[in-house]
Design a protein around this ligand. Structure first.
Ligand code: NQM
Length: 332
């Protein structure tokens, strides 16, 4: 059986398989089936594939030449299930995004040394990637690696940054803010769900009652937010006062597994919620903020800027990315 050209990359705190769209079947069903076999999904260990047995390492980036003015390349993100044989394009991934520019250079889609404008096909928004910047260290990844600065435009969700139309909704007796600045997220105070918000990932994963409450809450939120496919969104972020010099402390669920850090656009969305008056967790004043988001393995700093009307002007983040392996992958 012929292998499929594939580059394995770490992008931020995630890891994924990067493909040129032209190396994958055009038919969506055949493409998804191939990717599931490549990852080894449908098995909690993904032992017969290259997935790492967690949602953060069961990710795919499909890259192709830009099809719209103003974009050098198109990037479609696919989240594959681990135990379940699912593939969804209903979310973005700002972590894998960090690898898209370097991958596009390696595959000859764009010249080296210039910023790359990347259209995120999942949402239609555009990010500009500048790289390599100096070697940088990011929380959740050992050592340093070439930096990638990502600038986002037009990340507001299809129903705006507050998709339910409210700054606060009450779901199952808990006050939440549903926000979407690149990632649909339900934000609530950890305390309101009976935890401190400083628990370890292991403690959170073992808390079956919490998992049930989060599931109930996010399904309720999905309805209010108009999300029909809840395979991977909305995410939930439980917040608590900072305790390490940051702006806010977070524990995020993707959608039920506790995240070892926090997603990029997830963090941008949470930071945006903190800036909007009246939301649960509104702690920031002003229209431009550098938000230091504490998470289980460190900090993620994001910048968010709103215009006078409260609409999102831009947001940005620093990540690192690294090629791990380039070759052919052989699906089962
Ligand atoms: O929010 C995990 C990750 C992500 C997504 C998730 C991400 C983002 O850490 O932009 O990066 O939320 O499923 O890769």
């Amino acid at each position: 059986m012929a292998g499929v050209p594939c580059m394995l990359m770490r992008g931020g705190t995630s890891k994924g398989a990067y493909f040129l769209a032209s190396d994958l079947p055009v038919d969506r069903e055949r493409r998804d089936d191939l990717l599931l076999r490549i990852m080894g999904s449908g098995d909690p260990r993904q032992i017969d594939g290259i997935g790492g047995a967690t949602p953060l390492t069961s990710k795919v980036a499909v890259v192709s030449p830009g099809t719209e003015p103003g974009a050098d390349v198109d990037y479609l993100f696919l989240q594959l299930g681990v135990e379940e044989r699912t593939v969804t394009d209903r979310q973005n991934c700002g972590n894998l995004l960090a690898g898209v520019g370097p991958f596009a250079v390696e595959r000859g889609l764009v010249p080296a040394g210039k910023p790359v404008r990347i259209r995120m096909v999942n949402s239609g928004s555009v990010a500009t990637a500048r790289f390599p910047t100096e070697g940088a260290a990011i929380s959740g990844v050992p050592g340093t690696a070439p930096g990638v600065v990502l600038d986002f435009e037009d990340t507001e969700g299809p129903r705006g940054v507050l998709p339910t139309g409210n700054t606060v909704d009450t779901i199952g007796g808990v006050r939440v803010t549903c926000v979407d600045n690149g990632m649909p997220v339900v934000v609530a105070w950890a305390e309101d769900l009976g935890i401190t918000g400083y628990e370890t990932v292991e403690e959170l994963a073992e808390n079956a009652e919490l998992t049930n409450r989060i599931q109930e809450m996010r399904l309720g939120a999905a309805e209010l937010m108009g999300l029909d496919d809840t395979t991977s969104v909305p995410k939930t972020t439980l917040i608590a006062p900072p305790r390490d010099g940051g702006t806010v402390c977070t524990r995020t669920f993707i959608p039920l597994a506790p995240h070892t850090a926090i997603g990029v656009l997830g963090a941008v969305s949470v930071a945006t919620a903190l800036m909007i008056e009246g939301t649960t967790g509104h702690v920031l004043t002003g229209r431009k903020a550098r938000v230091d988001v504490e998470h289980p393995t460190g900090h993620l700093q994001v910048e968010v800027e709103l215009d006078e009307t409260g609409r999102v002007r831009r947001s940005g983040v620093l990540r690192t990315a690294r090629k791990l392996f380039d070759g052919k992958v052989f699906p089962r």
